[in-house]
Each structure stands twice: as structure tokens, then as C-alpha cells.
Design a protein around this ligand. Structure first.
Ligand SMILES: [Fe+2]
Length: 148
């Protein structure tokens, strides 16, 4: 059973982004649990594949929102995303090479899941605060380019 880590204290108050964050936190939790329980490599690879695609869609969407709302920490957010993607790719490569291991479970738990929750609390929450600044609504990302 996945560990229910997502809760409303992680919501930043922007429903589309909150849904994406919830999806990511749930899938990363699922990944930790699947690795810890030594599930089939194919099952783990499917979760990694989903995360790989969804992370890049979510980060692009969120960076677009931050740029549109002139969020003062937009660059810091982008750098943090880049660092996360690099860590994710290293973990993915290690899994492809060696499969699951205790060390990989710890890395996914700390460097992906904990990192991401911390990132939501410290950086992403500032996007909601920036939404009070004047904005050109025609440039906002639409529902059609938001990951579901
Ligand atoms: Fe972010």
C-alpha cells in the first residue's frame, strides 16, 4: 500500500498546479514503495517512465506560470528544477543498470520525494503570492497545455 504523504498542507492554492503536485508526490511515493517491496522491474520501470514524462510537462507548465506572473523567484525555481531533473536522470540510469537496491530506495525517498515536498513548501508557494501582481491574462497557460 502506498504511504499517503499528500495532504492539503502541501496545496499552494492554484488548483491546476496542486493537482500536478499531488500526482507527482503520489507517483514518487508509489516508486519508493515498489522499490522497497522489490516489485517486478517492469512495474518499477513503468512508474519511472510516467514520472520522466510528467516531471518535464509539470516543470514547463509551472515555469511558464512563474514567468507570466513575474514571480521574483522564477530563475531560482528553474535552477532547482534543472537540478531535480539531473538527479532523476541519474537515478533512472542507475535503475536501468542495476535494478532496485536499498541505496536506490533511499535516494528516491530523500533526493526525489523529500526534495520535491520541500521545494513545494519553499519555492512553489511563492507563485500564489505573485499572482496578485498585474498580469497579461492572454499569456497564461491554458487548460489544454496543462498536464492532467
Ligand atoms: Fe517548482
Amino acid at each position: 500500500m502506498p504511504n499517503p504523504i499528500w495532504n492539503e498542507t502541501l496545496e499552494i492554492g492554484i488548483p491546476s498546479i496542486d493537482r500536478q503536485h499531488q500526482q507527482l508526490v503520489e507517483q514518487m511515493t508509489l516508486l519508493v514503495d515498489a522499490m522497497r517491496e522489490n516489485r517486478a522491474n517492469e512495474e518499477i520501470a513503468n512508474i519511472i517512465q510516467f514520472l520522466d514524462r510528467y516531471i518535464s510537462q509539470h516543470f514547463s507548465f509551472e515555469e511558464h506560470c512563474m514567468a507570466t506572473y513575474c514571480c521574483p523567484i522564477a530563475c531560482q525555481n528553474q535552477d532547482a528544477h534543472r537540478q531535480f531533473v539531473q538527479t532523476f536522470q541519474q537515478i533512472k540510469t542507475q535503475f536501468d543498470r542495476e535494478g532496485s537496491s536499498l541505496s536506490l530506495v533511499l535516494q528516491v525517498n530523500q533526493s526525489l520525494l523529500d526534495w520535491f515536498i520541500n521545494h513545494i513548501r519553499k519555492i512553489d508557494t511563492q507563485l500564489a503570492r505573485s499572482m496578485t501582481c498585474p498580469v497579461n491574462y492572454s499569456q497564461l497557460p491554458t487548460k489544454t497545455n496543462a498536464p492532467q
